[in-house]
Design a protein around this ligand. Structure first.
Ligand code: ADQ
Length: 487
């Protein structure tokens, strides 16, 4: 069996089950353990003196290869082009987009340098799976270094509509770079459509859809894309979770201290709960205001419901992230000042990470999962919330139509995250929903989550990648890969 090489900006903590080990980390690590392989990426360190040295650590069948970044590389590749240009643009926030040509050069330079670090570690029949927007030029860089292995790419965030992508000055270079991969994976069908639209209308390429089902299921085969002198395939692969494992975690945490403390604080009140990284794409301000609107328009809910928002700061050295933090602190203070009573603060806003078992147990306690991003590739929190529910007495998911998860979870109350009144109404509906309806919606969603769990996501992608023809066509690809590679 071929070795699997995962390349991502950050490598998951080597200790399994750490706080950051979400769906991606768990799903990918599982695959690596099965086939044997390597996880390659930035160590998270920013170095003041170089040159950076690669660190290689073996854990059973899995090798972790990580490397630090020099300060300038971090500023241009990570803070700059990845997070100040691509992240806002791909989340439809052209208003927050900052662009500096030198940052784009740095982004391409770091991708090329990382690719060169990986080349000596590769073997002829390795299959390479690259993750996310930080690494769009990675295949192009590997190809330039003579690598002929199969290379796939999965985009975890949305792919924007052409008119939004055009706002990124080097849009053409980015899409051309994407076409160096053999297989592109997007979270949802609308993301795939947006990519195909660019290929046809902006890049003068062609898209040949393959409508036939691959197996007994209904999953369509990937479309064939021809553009920039390359032929590749592209499809939607919605990422999932392991719902039954989350349910187990949630159940076993039910009697733990965090849940007991939360219940003691709530008394008989109901709980609305949200968990996010503190990011402007997550729609937090609108969400706080819709909760305020609920209290304003439905006085009977005052002192009867609390809203718990867990949101640890991320990318705190970027201005847009400092702004959203200040704005939210202002909003939660204002709303609490307006409605709080001696024995009740409506919003509990916590700036820290919690471990997965604690989050799962708290989700099970919450009557409403309140997940309203303005844009989100998938949003695993929505899937984790549903998975964690007690089947006998499940809570209700209020979900933004702009989260990728809304394409699958039609048992949720679907809202538009800028419609404050609409969200307030959905919260009121969720808080008073009869048990039979809650159970029916929960059951529908669990069927979806089980059918498309994270191993299905990974296996579908890997199956399609293994059957793409690769750089030189068919089985010869692996043989050709030996040339130009050390080891
Ligand atoms: P994120 O933007 O980070 O991920 P999301 O999918 O919601 O968004 O969360 C990823 C994981 O982080 C989840 O497992 C979640 O439980 C965990 N997490 C979030 N906040 C946490 C907290 N406060 N404490 C502990 N854990 C927390 C990107 C894309 C998403 C896409 C994922 C996976 O932006 O759209 O769903 O990748 O593809």
């Amino acid at each position: 069996m071929s070795r699997l090489i995962i390349v991502s900006n950050r490598v998951a903590p080597i200790s399994e089950g750490g706080p950051a080990a979400g769906g991606l980390a768990v799903g990918v690590y599982d695959a690596l353990k099965e086939t044997g392989g390597m996880w390659f990426g930035w160590s998270g360190e920013v170095l003041t003196s170089g040159p950076p040295q690669i660190s290689v650590e073996e854990r059973g069948p899995v090798t972790f290869a990580t490397i630090g970044l020099m300060r300038r590389d971090y500023d241009q590749y990570y803070r700059g082009f990845s997070n100040a240009t691509l992240w806002p643009a791909f989340h439809y926030r052209a208003d927050l987009l900052q662009y500096d040509r030198h940052d784009f050069e740095g982004y391409c330079r770091v991708n090329a340098w990382l690719a060169q670090q990986l080349v000596p570690l590769l073997r002829a029949d390795d299959v390479i799976w690259v993750h996310d927007y930080h690494l769009i030029p990675f295949a192009q860089a590997l190809r330039a270094a003579g690598v002929k292995n199969r290379i796939g790419f999965f985009l975890h965030i949305p792919f924007p509509a052409s008119q939004v992508l055009l706002a990124v000055p080097p849009h053409r270079e980015l899409v051309e770079a994407l076409c160096s991969f053999d297989l592109l994976g997007f979270q949802t069908a609308p993301d795939l459509r947006a990519f195909c639209d660019y290929i046809v209308n902006e890049a003068n390429g062609t898209v040949e859809a393959s409508p036939q089902a691959l197996t007994a299921g209904t999953r369509p085969a990937p479309s064939t894309i021809k553009a920039f002198g390359r032929t590749l395939r592209a499809a939607a692969y919605p990422i999932g979770v392991y719902p039954d494992e989350i349910a187990e975690l949630a159940k076993s945490g039910e009697r733990g201290k965090p849940v007991r403390t939360m219940k003691a604080t709530l008394h008989a009140r109901k709980l609305i709960m949200s968990v996010d990284r503190l990011d402007y794409s997550k729609g937090l301000v609108e969400r706080f205001r819709a909760f305020e609107r609920l209290l304003e328009h439905t006085p009977s809910q005052r002192n009867k419901v609390s809203f718990l928002q867990i949101a640890p700061p991320t990318r705190a050295d970027l201005n847009a992230y400092q702004d959203i933090r200040l704005q939210l602190e202002g909003e939660s203070g204002r709303i609490n000042g307006r409605f709080a009573e001696l024995d009740w603060a409506p919003i509990l806003y916590i700036h820290r990470q919690y471990e997965r078992p604690v989050l799962a147990a708290l989700f099970r306690t919450a009557h409403v999962g309140y997940v309203t991003p303005l844009r989100d590739g998938m949003n695993l929190v929505a899937k984790e919330y549903v998975s964690a529910q007690d089947p006998e007495n499940p809570g209700v998911l209020v979900l933004s139509r702009f989260a990728g998860a809304a394409q699958e979870l039609d048992g949720a109350l679907i809202v538009n995250p800028v419609d404050i009144d609409g969200m307030a109404e959905a919260l009121a509906t969720a808080l008073s929903m009869p048990l039979a309806e809650r159970q029916a919606r929960y059951r529908d969603m669990m069927v979806q989550l089980r059918e498309n769990n994270v191993s299905v996501w990974r296996d579908n992608f890997m199956r399609d990648l293994q059957t793409t023809s690769g750089e030189t066509g068919g089985e010869d690809a692996a043989v050709a890969a030996g040339e130009g590679l050390a080891g």
